[in-house]
Design a binder for this molecule. Structure first.
Ligand code: KG4
Ligand code: ZN
Length: 341
């Protein structure tokens, strides 16, 4: 059937998600379950707990999605799942489920690269800004990834730069932890930063003005750890913590703005700059990126947050883009915990 919908499944980290899209990209069902509460006590994602939680949630979630879309497995044009990069346990749960369902229903299977799914989200026809045409720049800023991609076509990605150490969200989370904020620390750190003075502390800005657009954040985290070690013992006064948070955020913002500036020079033909990943929620960062893009005459587009963070709509959409090219995956396609674009 030409109008048969596509099921997408995401389970590469700590979100279990299922979505069903019409072949034109219209979203028919969209479900996400965050495991944050399962991992909070450990201060980070525990792979074994994540895999088991995906296994517990996925089947009921997919069936809910099918019910919402008013279709059965056999009505689908394809079933797609994130096959990497990510945590192997979760990847095996999602792809195993997708392959089993696809085999049983006699529909094709697609193994989707999670980074590619983030990269192609900007082309969803239902986005307010309208689908973005190739080529464009993608800044993927999440807890697991910090990279800058030239997106030149489906399957045509050029890595312009990536983090040499921590991902930017990871840097936020680790700094937040040092400041005694709850996990995940990004949103809490941003809130605290609003009370502080961004110029209070001279923090390093690794790689600033360096050629290319690689990122580095671990030196920043170390600087803060050293700074805190030198504080008088006892509880850190809130005003001091706020100054540290604000200074940290200012440093990250400067780094990202500078890196985007370099990336723009590396892809002058870019039709837009897309920012995705959980860190795209940060207002200070978003404002700076928007300013830098604007100076180069480009529009900064941030998909709605629910499509910026891990979700299955992007997986189904990437599958649609591949189906349009006639791509399918074999049923023995492996999971790849490491799978660069
Ligand atoms: O894309 P995402 O939801 O998934 C993973 O990478 O797993 O990104 C989550 C990351 C976390 O590190 C979180 O602290 C960070 O995004 N984050 C933020 C903000 N909201 C989420 N970082 C800075 N400011 C925020 N407002
Ligand atoms: Zn992701």
């Amino acid at each position: 059937r030409k109008d048969a919908p596509i099921l997408g499944i995401e389970s590469s980290c700590d979100e279990t998600a299922a979505a069903i899209l019409a072949p034109d990209g219209q979203i028919l069902a969209e479900l996400v379950l965050s495991q944050i509460a399962d991992h909070a006590a450990f201060g980070g994602v525990v792979p074994e707990i994540a895999a088991r939680a995906h296994l517990t949630a996925l089947d009921a979630m997919v069936k809910d999605a099918l019910r919402q879309a008013g279709v059965g497995f056999a009505d689908l044009a394809a079933i797609a799942a994130t096959a990497g990069p990510g945590l192997i346990g979760g990847l095996l749960v999602g792809t195993g489920y997708a392959k089993g369902a696809a085999l049983a229903a006699g529909v094709p299977y697609l193994a989707i690269n999670h980074l590619e799914a983030h990269a192609l989200t900007a082309r969803l026809p239902s986005l307010a800004a309208g689908p973005v045409e190739f080529p464009y720049l993608l800044l993927l800023l999440s807890g697991g990834h910090s990279q800058c991609l030239a997106v030149e076509g489906v399957g045509k990605y050029r890595l312009l730069g990536a983090t040499l150490d921590d991902a930017v969200g990871e840097a936020f989370d680790k700094t937040a932890k040092l400041l005694g904020l709850p996990y995940p620390g990004g949103p809490a750190l941003e809130a605290l930063a609003r009370e502080g003075n961004a110029k209070a502390l001279p923090l390093p800005r690794p790689l600033l003005h360096r050629e290319g657009c690689d990122f580095s954040f671990s030196g920043l985290k170390t600087a803060i750890a050293q700074l805190l070690a030198a504080e008088p013992s006892g509880a850190l006064p809130r005003a001091r913590a706020a100054d540290i948070a604000a200074s940290f955020q200012a440093s990250v913002t400067d780094i990202l703005g500078d890196r985007l500036n370099h990336a723009l020079a590396m892809l002058p033909a870019a039709n837009a700059v897309i920012v995705a990943g959980g860190v795209a929620a940060n207002q200070a960062i978003r404002a700076r990126l928007s300013e830098v893009a604007g100076e180069a005459g480009k529009l900064l587009i941030a998909p709605p947050l629910r499509l910026c963070t891990d979700n299955a709509v992007m997986v189904a959409w990437a599958a649609i883009e591949h189906l349009r090219q006639g791509d399918l995956s074999a049923f023995n396609a492996p999971c790849k915990p490491r799978w660069p674009l």
